[in-house]
Design a protein around this ligand. Structure first.
Ligand code: GTP
Length: 541
């Protein structure tokens, strides 16, 4: 069974549950109305209508949602006018009965969402004049495919994250191939080789949907770095993390399934009082939150979240059926950032959440990344280390920390100049990004010192990975103003979960790094082996 079919089956099951629950709730209110049980009846009725107005559309019962919204509005007006219960009873009964007539789905839920196929190549280079460039870029470890022609590209075949093409001809064909199944969003980031630097020409390229330009002949290392940056931005959507707080369990589960199918990691909370712990544990990019969650109010919860300095910049997005614009603004004034109106179609939800997550990540990356390498800066790699240490200790998972330091780097600067030194630092950072997993955290700890945190990794795997990295790095040629030169790197490892505190693990990795420097540099030492008979792990050619 395809993932899309499976998703749609799950959504249909949720819809059936929603319909039977709603039928039960409407009948219960009608029975209380007939029995003249006035206690809290109007309040319960209003809450039910409000919930149906916001959620029915999501389950494919659009008319039910619209009618519920009208009935809610009517009920609010009557109550505001101070009409007695007896004056409302007959009309309310009629409206509720009418709602029971609309408990049949009009649309399939989830049909707008297609589970994306696995990406088969990261980078598609199109155009015969770019063959040499494709060949040069392939040495940088990209999963790359080159085609001579942009016309007649097979539909839905490669799913690249990034496309490189030329501005001459073929651009329109590539752009139309690069649309999602709905035909409106670009799937891959487009990078265009052009000789045109004039404003009007570049404007036209931007208008056509191009995301970046470079001139030919290309500076390949610089282009590789740029591609890496764009690629990691493109990946943000699949790494996006959303915490969803909604007391309507079926609706929250529906959203979770839809977002998860689009590659957005979503954690659902039904109980607002577990929110603070979930924020610390899950570290979402955005918090999506309902407003009406009796007895809780989302707007007050938003204000509460801001009590904690570490969540001051967390984007809080209300997902609510509140239509009144003044009330929406009042809600935003309590410390939230955006308002998404329910009901919302599945496809629009995925796109909106994707855009918000990407923007949130761009902003958080600005504050957390090192300008030269794009890796995490000192405070943020330490934060990542502490976070992973906590998880590995709590769950008993293995995790490693590595400390890397370039060898004789002072001499590199002194001999070849600071700019060449910077290029070496950037190249090591690039190699780390290419070799490590998305779940690993990479940081520039100091000038020529790096820290890597590897969750779910044991000592053997870490050693093999870093030994290979040492070997490959040592073989790279750097071009200084006068000479070509090579640089090596020394690495110390420690098992994160073996220590009570993250700082102790980092100190152990630093001790192992120092030991490796003593042993002759260019290699890997694990702290665990320092207490046992020394093993020389220096890399030899
Ligand atoms: N080009 C460049 N150099 C930097 C940067 N940050 C620190 N450095 C230099 O890195 C060098 C580090 O030198 P040392 O700490 O003496 O160590 P080393 O020469 O690498 O020797 P070992 O670590 O013992 O192999 C210093 O000369 C710093 O100026 C940077 O951002 N760019």
């Amino acid at each position: 069974m395809s993932e899309t079919t499976q998703l749609n089956q799950q959504l249909v099951m949720l819809r059936e549950r929603f319909i039977s629950r709603t039928a039960g709730e409407l009948t219960a209110i009608l029975n209380r109305l007939d029995a003249q049980q006035q206690d809290d009846l109007l309040q319960d009725c209003q809450q039910l209508l409000h919930r149906l107005a916001g959620s029915s559309g999501t389950f494919g019962l659009r008319t039910l949602g619209e009618q519920a919204a009208l009935a809610e509005q009517w009920l609010k007006q009557q109550q505001a006018a101070g009409l007695p219960f007896t004056a409302l009873q007959a009309k309310l009964r009629e409206q509720l009965l009418q709602l029971t007539q609309h408990l049949t789905p009009e649309e399939m839920p989830g049909t707008a969402v297609t589970v994306p196929a696995q990406a088969q190549c990261e980078l598609l280079v199109a155009g015969h004049e770019l063959a040499a460039l494709a060949e040069a870029l392939s040495h940088y470890g990209f999963k790359l495919h080159h085609v001579n022609e942009c016309t007649n590209l097979p539909a839905g075949f490669w799913h690249p994250q990034l496309m490189i093409l030329t501005s001459a001809g073929q651009l329109a064909a590539a752009i139309s191939w690069n649309k999602d199944s709905a035909g409106d969003a670009q799937t891959a980031t487009l990078l265009c080789a052009t000789t045109e630097t004039r404003f009007e020409q570049q404007y036209q390229l931007a208008e056509q949907g191009v995301d970046g330009v470079f001139t030919l002949p290309a500076d390949v290392p610089e282009l590789a770095e740029h591609i890496e940056r764009l690629r990691s931005e493109h990946q943000q959507i699949s790494k996006a993390r959303v915490l969803l707080l909604d007391d309507d369990e079926a609706l929250a589960e529906h959203y979770r399934l839809v977002l998860a199918a689009a590659g957005i990691q979503t954690k659902v909370l039904i109980q607002p009082d577990t929110l603070m712990a979930a924020l610390t544990e899950f570290r979402p990019d955005i918090l999506l939150m309902d407003i009406h969650m009796p007895p809780w109010s989302g707007t007050i919860i938003a204000r509460m979240v801001r009590f904690h300095p570490q969540w001051l910049s967390l984007p809080i997005i209300y997902l609510s059926s509140e239509q009144d614009q003044d009330r929406q603004l009042n809600a935003l004034a309590q410390g939230a950032d955006e308002f998404i109106c329910k009901p919302i179609s599945d496809a629009r939800l995925v796109r909106t959440v994707g855009i918000l997550c990407r923007r949130a990540r761009q902003l958080s990356r600005l504050v957390s990344s090192d300008g030269l390498t794009g890796l995490l800066n000192h405070p943020h790699i330490k934060q990542a280390l502490i976070h992973e240490h906590g998880i590995s200790r709590r769950l008993g998972h293995q995790a490693m920390v590595a400390m890397l330091d370039l060898d004789h780097f002072k001499a590199v600067n002194d001999t070849h100049g600071h700019a060449s030194g910077d290029q070496v630092i950037r190249t090591l950072a690039h190699l780390l990004k290419r070799r490590l997993r998305n779940t690993d955290s990479l940081g520039r700890y100091g000038g020529e010192e790096f820290v890597v945190v590897l969750p779910g990794c044991d000592a053997g795997k870490a050693r093999a990975l870093f030994q290979k990295l040492c070997q490959d790095f040592a073989e790279l040629d750097f071009h200084g103003p006068c000479h070509t030169f090579r640089v090596t790197v020394s690495i110390g490892l420690a098992a994160l979960n073996e220590f009570d505190h993250a700082d102790q693990a980092l100190y152990a990795a630093d001790t192992a790094l120092y030991a490796q420097k003593q042993r002759g540099r260019n290699g890997v030492t694990d702290y665990a082996e320092l207490s046992s008979p020394a093993t020389d792990t220096q890399v030899t050619d």
